[in-house]
Design a binder for this molecule. Structure first.
Ligand code: PEP
Ligand code: MN
Ligand code: NA
Length: 628
């Protein structure tokens, strides 16, 4: 990036040239944070991002010259990045929260049991980990300073961060995923901000991993650290997604959830959508599903049911708080979609396909010889005569044993490009939430939909969530993992305390808590075939939910919660024959095992930190299952 011509001489930060700004024009707190990071990392120079179009063009140019990205001439301003094959997903085992007291971060698991609800590190060991990695790590690189806002600039919901990084790819993605630049610094003034230090790192000389200059990283020493009491994030060694775009998982969820607990609100791993019914009434729904379980698809769903319209507010994160009238209101703190590419096509998500071919950075997808992209699921969208290059840059043929695109390959695209973006998506007051959905990828036993009897039961349902492992993190087999609230990798503090915080929401003044439901689009029959067609047909589930909260007499209590009364579900013109009986069945042996597994998980992982109210709900479920 060229130096700003308005500044006659480079200003120096210590001995390091500050390319395009003056220390005087920066808020003093920002200035001293930059100074602190610069003296640790010793970059070649420092560049303060202004968020302008010219700056973005310069950075893309630089990345292209460096071989990090290549243009995709089939589309408008789209780029393809290929990462080091050792740097392709979040690394949960190397992600830590640091507090003086371990129990503030994680419940103490049973003796001999490995904790699954986050990793704790002492402040002293965190300091040590930093000092083992960061000194001089930016020696040959520019240090970029990104002032960013999570949430619309100036909204009372919003929070500001400063990300310092030596990756131009990270700057470009942060520009898509958050609001960055000058006006953020102006809004910040000399207030506090969340400190986010990131470096792609420099491997040790004896490293066994091959590192190409197009994607520098240090996979062997990757570490992602959080200090909630200092609102500080430090990330080393990975340039990928949730490890490096620190506004997203690190800030908006981990640090966000700790701020939310202290301030009395909720920071959740949830999509937000608006749904308008045939009578023209519009309601907002949030939904928590684990990574790569279809949040993006649901967030911009094209309903098959006539008369319905869905508009998107966000596909990954919701910040929610009760207003004076006791309405739960939510904002999407992000400005873009960092979505999983494979599986996305004109049938599964037509609106995403209209969103992602403009101003997008693709990462680890395959490329076509006509200058486009390809991934598993796009077979019908490309012509048969194009040649395909896989995500590693090797020639790929149809029928090949390895996937063309990495299963966790992504599109990083501005929300603005979405054709069904909700007009209220940037409302600084947030949108009013009527319904909360929980769900996961459950091939067995869990019905398509059921409703919680009340808030406490709903919190128990969130706490008991499980899902098949996906490619979004390092776990590789298809085991059913516990993933409470879809937050397991993202809790910023002790899960038991998190449950208490959720339970306490009914005590907020005037609070009218939303109705809670559990959905499962992924149930299979004995032959391994999906029982429910999913995608656009999921509008039928939303239709039942809306009629239900309107007070229609369409639910009946069951072992697990409120199920649809027979005939109450709208199946008119359903594209496929569905075995509703099997889809809603509650096999006794399955639920006996489910109760055992949940009990063991609570006992082993949460122990004394499990709220009595949640234990009570588990015993009630156990009792009901006995009577099946
Ligand atoms: C990521 O994995 O990098 C990410 C941003 O999120 P998720 O896993 O929720 O898709
Ligand atoms: Mn996510
Ligand atoms: Na995985």
């Amino acid at each position: 990036v060229a130096k700003d011509p308005s500044i006659n001489n480079y200003e120096y930060m210590g001995k390091i040239p500050l390319l395009n700004s003056s220390t005087e024009s920066l808020p003093p707190k920002v200035c001293s944070y930059i100074e602190e990071c610069a003296s640790l990392c010793c970059p070649k120079d420092i560049y303060i991002c202004d968020g302008s179009d010219t700056e973005y063009e310069h950075l893309l140019n630089f990345l292209e010259k460096n071989g990090t990205i290549s243009p995709l001439p089939k589309y408008e301003n789209c780029w393809l990045a290929r990462t080091n094959p050792a740097d392709v997903a979040r690394v949960e085992k190397r992600t830590f929260i640091s507090t003086e007291c371990k129990r503030d971060t994680i419940p103490i698991p049973c003796e001999g049991v490995i904790g699954e609800l986050g990793n704790w590190i002492s402040p002293r060991d965190m300091e040590k980990a930093i000092l083992e990695r960061f000194p001089e790590c930016m020696k040959d690189r520019t240090m970029y300073v990104i002032p960013f806002s999570m949430g619309p600039v100036g909204s009372p919901f919003s929070k500001i961060g400063i990300e310092i990084t030596d990756s131009a790819y990270v700057v470009c993605c942060m520009r898509i995923m958050t609001r960055i630049g000058k006006n953020v610094l102006e809004t910040l003034g000399n207030d506090d901000f969340v400190k986010c230090l990131h470096s792609i790192g420099v491997p040790k000389s004896d490293s066994k991993i091959e590192i190409n200059s197009s994607w520098p990283c240090d996979p062997e020493r990757t570490i992602i650290l959080h200090r909630p009491d200092k609102n500080e994030i430090v990330s080393y060694g990975s340039g990928y997604g949730g490890n490096s775009l620190l506004g997203k998982k690190c800030f908006a969820l981990r640090i966000g959830s700790t701020i939310a607990k202290d301030e009395g609100w909720l920071a959740e791993h949830m999509l937000i959508l608006a749904i308008t019914d045939p009578k023209g009434r519009k309601r907002y729904i949030t939904a928590a599903f684990p990574s790569a379980c279809g949040k993006t698809n649901l967030a911009m769903l094209k309903p098959t049911l006539p008369g319905y319209k869905i508009e998107c507010v966000g596909d990954d994160i919701a910040w929610m708080r009760f207003d004076q009238e006791g309405r739960l209101r939510a904002i999407n703190p992000e400005n873009g979609f960092f979505g999983v590419a494979p599986g996305t096509n004109c049938i599964t998500n037509p609106n995403a396909m209209k969103t992602i071919f403009k101003n997008t950075i693709f990462t680890n997808v395959a490329a076509t010889s006509d200058g486009g992209v390809f991934w598993e699921g796009m077979e019908e969208e490309i012509s048969d005569d194009v040649e395909i290059t896989d995500w590693r840059g090797k020639k790929w043929t149809r029928g090949s044993k390895t996937p063309a695109a990495h299963p966790n390959s992504r599109f990083c695209t501005p929300i603005q490009e979405c054709p069904v973006i909700d007009p209220g998506w940037e409302d600084p007051a947030g949108v009013p939430i009527d319904v909360i959905l929980f769900g996961g990828r459950r091939p067995e036993g869990i019905p398509l939909i059921y409703q919680a009897r009340n808030w406490q039961h709903g919190v128990f349902i969130g706490a008991s969530m499980r899902s098949e492992a996906t490619a979004a993190a390092e776990y590789t087999d298809k085991v059913i993992m516990h993933d409470p609230f879809a937050m397991r990798p993202f809790f910023g503090y002790n899960f038991g305390h998190y449950l208490n915080h959720w339970l306490s929401m009914t005590k907020v003044k005037n609070a009218k808590v939303p109705a809670i439901f559990h959905v499962n689009w992924f149930r299979k029959n004995a032959d391994g075939k999906y029982l429910w067609p999913g995608f656009g047909e999921n509008s039928r589930v939303l239709d039942w939910i809306l009629r239900r909260i309107d007070g229609e007499d369409i639910a009946v209590d069951s072992t697990v919660g409120l199920l649809p009364k027979s005939e109450s579900f709208n199946l008119e013109n359903l594209s496929k024959d569905v075995n509703m009986e099997e889809l809603f069945s509650l096999p006794k042996s399955f639920w006996e095992k489910e109760v055992r597994d949940i009990r063991e998980y609570f006992d082993m992982q949460v122990g004394d930190d499990l709220p009595a109210a949640i234990r009570e709900e588990l015993e009630l479920l156990a009792c009901n299952v006995d009577k099946l």
